[in-house]
Design a protein around this ligand. Structure first.
Ligand SMILES: C[S@@+](CC[C@H](N)C(=O)[O-])C[C@H]1O[C@@H](n2cnc3c(N)ncnc32)[C@H](O)[C@@H]1O
Length: 238
């Protein structure tokens, strides 16, 4: 891959020497978590978001955009895949019935911030299932989710992990009629975007998501000269 010669690839290669067989997502999560633990603000993760509003308000515009794009019933069982610190997940955890919210991320690092920000009372009332993909994926698959969403994740998934990422989404949504919603950077050919982003042609997603069928597409914004972001909805046929 040509992109292995730039960005943080040298640091990843060094990290791999100490963590043979490790994945870029874990390397990247550890690096980001180290920055957050030092008090550094981040656009989407941790308690100090790079926005003027407070943490609860920060996720609302994306939640509204998601709900305008695709209806999600207030009784649906929902999974937030790549939930990070639950900036978006906190709103669905609050909205859905008790036991109907599931959140997964690469590590517990970001999730633990989310738990603190949501607070023990709401967690006790809603009894969500939240954890690392490694420890909690099987439990989420067993929950037969109606809807899975994955916000600001697909763009960050390393090419070597792309198949696992999309297969996990499909495995979680194994129930006929279930819906997968995610945003992604669409480009003419596969491209690297900034340090930890990748754009893919739309054809890639449509083919990789089979047997799911594309049922919704909504334009979000341009990303520099690299491509354009869209929201996608895919349905598992009945
Ligand atoms: C920009 S953050 C977005 C977090 C959250 N979805 C939000 O919108 O606030 C990207 C998240 O994707 C997760 N991630 C990166 N690569 C992943 C992968 N291969 N599988 C699952 N999650 C991944 C990261 O750990 C991180 O929490």
């Amino acid at each position: 891959m040509t992109e292995q010669t730039q960005f943080d690839d040298a640091a990843f290669a060094e990290w791999l020497k100490k963590n043979p067989g490790g994945e870029y997502s874990l390397f990247s999560a550890r690096k980001t978590a180290a920055g957050i633990s030092k008090g550094r603000p981040h656009p989407t993760l941790g308690p100090r978001l790079q926005v003027d509003s407070d943490w609860w308000e920060a996720g609302k515009p994306i939640v509204n955009e998601l709900l305008e794009f695709h209806r999600i019933s207030e009784t649906a069982t929902v999974c937030d895949y790549g939930c990070g610190s639950l900036r978006i997940g906190a709103h669905f955890l609050k909205r859905q019935p008790k036991g109907c919210f599931f959140g997964l991320d690469v590590t517990e690092d970001f999730i633990s911030y989310g738990r603190e920000l949501i607070g023990a009372d709401l967690l006790e009332e809603k009894r969500p299932t939240i954890g690392s993909i490694k420890s909690t994926l099987d439990k989420v698959i067993a929950a037969q989710c109606d809807v899975l969403y994955s916000t600001h994740v697909a763009i960050h998934v390393h090419p070597d992990e792309k198949t696992t990422y999309l297969n996990n989404l499909k495995e979680i949504c194994h129930k006929p009629g279930s819906t997968i919603i995610f945003d992604a950077l669409i480009s003419k050919d596969r491209v690297r975007f900034r340090n930890s982003g990748w754009g893919w042609p739309i054809k890639f997603y449509v083919e990789a998501m089979a047997p799911f069928v594309l049922s919704g597409l909504s334009y979000r914004r341009p990303r520099e000269n690299v491509g354009h972001e869209y929201f996608f909805a895919f349905e598992r046929p009945l």
